[in-house]
Design a protein around this ligand. Structure first.
Ligand SMILES: CC(C)(COP(=O)(O)OP(=O)(O)OC[C@H]1O[C@@H](n2cnc3c(N)ncnc32)[C@H](O)[C@@H]1OP(=O)(O)O)[C@@H](O)C(=O)NCCC(=O)NCCS
Length: 275
């Protein structure tokens, strides 16, 4: 096995989308080719290839506004783990973020948090990934009205403390995406590799947020995922009562100075890859 000190970290390009997707699929993640294409075109994705040229590890840095950036797609193929590749790749993302004066955020799996803590990331909020299998709710509700992207962007700015309109426009514009609203609640639903994903989701109360999830689930026919903010206790409890099961926790972490604190937390986020 090669010594990782000899290993070269390279910047990846659009042609690496399929190889990136193979890595995220190996980890049973839900990102699809459109997600990889977004990271490869709007962010900087670092990667490592083996001697045969196969992509074996990645980490992406996606710049947002107001001095913030998201790190994600930290993936190492199973046979190359525990040799420092993730540490090297995330360190490379942090060097870039520091040079650009960006505060770096990420949503870590438990294994990821073990890598990021020693690099200097501090924990912030916690998330829970939940899944709903088809047939868990009665199908056949009336279609939900479409939401307005400008209002959705305003809610997202309050929830994040910075503007992600380019990302939200792109996610909403994908084939299969739907931005829905009902009263004060609004959510985005989009395709993933194995399940449709709900989020971000904004509402004035847990009752309204749960009603919106119930309406969405009644209209969908396949498996669904949602990344709920763990502090939203009543929402989380309501989801499990509706048949959603908790798959895993994510720990949001920050590297660098604190930026504008969010005015109010969302009920569900865009996904650990986007925050
Ligand atoms: C998490 C992951 C990226 C780590 O990659 P890696 O190259 O093996 O990580 P490193 O070798 O840099 O690990 C550095 C340290 O982090 C800790 N660590 C790494 N993986 C760990 C795990 N699965 N469990 C506990 N600690 C772990 C260890 O302290 C390790 O040092 P050590 O090997 O000397 O004990 C890899 O296991 C992976 O791709 N997992 C699936 C996808 C995933 O969860 N990605 C993280 C998203 S936030």
């Amino acid at each position: 096995m090669a010594d990782i000190d000899q290993i070269k970290i390279v910047a990846l390009g659009p042609d690496d989308a399929i190889a990136g997707l193979a890595l995220s699929a190996e980890a049973h993640w839900n990102q699809n080719e459109a997600d990889w294409r977004y990271f490869l075109s709007k962010g900087t994705v670092f990667g490592v290839r083996d001697k045969g040229g196969r992509l074996i590890a990645t980490a992406a840095l996606l710049p947002y506004s107001s001095g913030n950036a998201w790190i994600s797609m930290v993936l190492v193929t199973e046979s190359w783990r525990r040799r420092g590749l993730a540490t090297k790749l995330v360190d490379t993302c942090l060097d870039t973020a520091t040079k650009l004066g960006l505060t770096a955020w990420l949503d870590a799996t438990s294994a990821g948090a073990a890598v990021y803590g020693p690099l200097g990331f501090s924990p912030t909020i916690q998330l829970r990934r939940l899944r709903l299998e088809p047939g868990s709710t009665s199908a056949g509700a009336a279609p939900l009205p479409s939401g307005h992207l400008t209002e959705f962007i305003t809610c997202d700015i309050s929830a994040m403390g910075f503007d992600r309109r380019d990302l939200l426009r792109e996610l909403e514009g994908r084939p299969g995406s739907r931005l829905v609203s009902s009263g004060d609640a609004m959510a985005l639903i989009r395709d993933g590799r194995t399940a449709r994903h709900i989020g971000p989701l904004f509402a004035d109360s847990p009752v309204r947020a749960l009603a919106m999830v119930g309406d969405i689930a009644a209209l969908e026919t396949g498996p669904l995922l949602i990344d709920a903010v763990a502090n939203q206790d009543a929402f989380l409890k309501g989801l499990t009562q509706m048949g959603w099961t908790i798959e895993r926790p994510f720990q949001r972490m920050r590297f660098g100075r604190a930026t504008n604190p969010p005015a109010e937390l969302p009920f569900a986020v865009a996904g650990p890859e986007y925050g």
